[in-house]
Design a protein around this ligand. Sequence first.
Ligand code: PLP
Length: 477
Amino acid sequence: MDADQFREFGRAAVDYIADYYETIRDRPVLPSVQPGYLDDLLPKDPPQSGESWRDVLQDVDRIIMPGITHWQSPNFHAYYPTAQSFPSVVAELMSAGFGVVGLSWIASPAMTELEVVMMNWLGRMLELPEQFLNCSEGPGGGVIQGSASEATYVGLLAAKEKKVKDLITENPQLSEAEIKGKLIAYSSDQSNSSVEKAGLLGSMKMRLLPTNGQGQLTADTLQEAINKDKEAGLIPCYFVANLGTTPTCAFDNLEELGPICNREEVWLHVDAAYAGTAFICPEYRHLMKGVEMADSFNFNPHKWMLVNFDCSAMWIRDAKYLVEAFNVERIYLKDQHKGLAPEYRHWQISLGRRFRALKIWFVLRIYGVEGIKKHVRNQVGLAKYFSALVEKDSRFELCSCSMGLASFRLKGDNALTEKLLQKISDKKNQFLIAGHLNHRYVIRYAICSRLTEQRDVDYSWREILEAADELVPRANK
Ligand code: PLP
C-alpha cells in the first residue's frame, strides 16, 4: 500500500468511524452473535495475495461490526467507562503512523519528554503533592503504564525490592529467599480483581480484608491484620488502598490508613483507576486527603478522562525502587544521555513502549482542563438523576450512588433482582452488570459513554420499569 492508497483508506476509515458515532445511539448495545460465529464467516486460511482495502472495510461492516459490543453507546452502563474521544483517536492514529518505540531517550526524545511533561500536567491538575512529580527536587516521578493492573503489580514489585533491601541492610544474616517467603500484602475485599492478580503474579500472599457497610476498609481492620501477621512471623510489605472501588465506587480513608502504613513500613499504593479523574475537580479532592503518605498512586485517564485505552498514569514517591527492581542493562540499550531524562523502560514490565503521551496532550489541548471537569460533573449529575428515579419507586432500593455509578435492587430476595437483570439483558438495548454489596445482589448502573444524556437515562429507566413490571406489579396500578 502506498501513501496515496493510505490517504484513501484512512479517509474512508475515518468516515466509517464518524458515521458509526452518528448512529450509535440507535444500535442495540449487546450483539446477537453466538460464540464461534466468526469462524464460519472467515476462510480457514489467510489470503495468498493482497486484497483491496475496500473489500477489507466492507468486511469490517459485514463481519466485525455485528460482533461489537457498543461500549461507547449512550446505553452502555456496565463496568466503568472506557474512554473514547476524537482527539484521542487521532493521536492514536498519529502514534501508529510514526511507528516509534521509546525504549530509551534517543529512541525518540519527544516520547520521553512529552511523557515527563504530561505526567507533570496531570499531577498538577489533580493537585498531587510535589514529591510525586518529575519536576520536584526529589526522586519522585510519573510514568504512563498500560493499565491499573500493571501499576498495582509494578508497585508490588517495587515494594518487595525495597523491603528485601531494607531488611538485609538491618540484618545481613537474613537471606533474600527467607524474606521473600514471608512477605504479605493487603487490600480490601472490594478491591479490583487486578489487585489479587498482582499478588499472584508477584508471589506475595494478598489478604483481602473485610470492609464496613460502606465498602471501606477501616484502620482497625488493617492494623489488626498486620498485628496478627507479625505475631505469626510474617512480614507486612504492601497495601493497596482503593479510591473508588469497582463494585460501588467507595473510598478508603487515606488519612486513617496512611499513618499505619508509614509506621509499619508497608508500601502504600493507591488505586484510583476510575475515580482519580474526579480529583481534577476541587470539590472531590477531599476524598484523596492523606495521599502524601502514599508511596505510589495511580489513575486511568483511559477510564474517565476521555483518553482512549490504554493509558494509566502512575506516580512514585521514590522511583529508585522501581528502577532498581527493573534495571537490566545491555550494550544495545546504552544511551549517552543516561541520567538526563527518566529511562522509562526501567519503570515498567516491557522493554518497548507506546507513544501514549500524545493522546493525553491532544485531549488536554482540545478539551482543556475545564472541558474535562465539565465531563466529570455532567456524568456525576446523571448518576444522581438516575438515583433519584430509583428512589421515587417504592419497589426499588437505591444501594449506593458515588461519582458516576449507582447501584440498586428490587426489594426482596436476591433472585428477584437477578431476574430483573436477566430481562433487561435479554433485550440487548442496554448493558448493565451485577455486583454484590453487603452480601446482597445489586445491579450497577454506571454512566459510561461521553454521549449519555438525560434522555438516555430516562430511556434506561423506562426499560428497567418495563422489566420490573413483569416481576412486581406497580403499587399505584
Ligand atoms: N482498579 C479499579 C478500581 C478498577 O475499577 C479497575 C477496572 O475497572 C481496575 C483497577 C483495572 O483497570 P485496568 O483495566 O486498567 O487494569
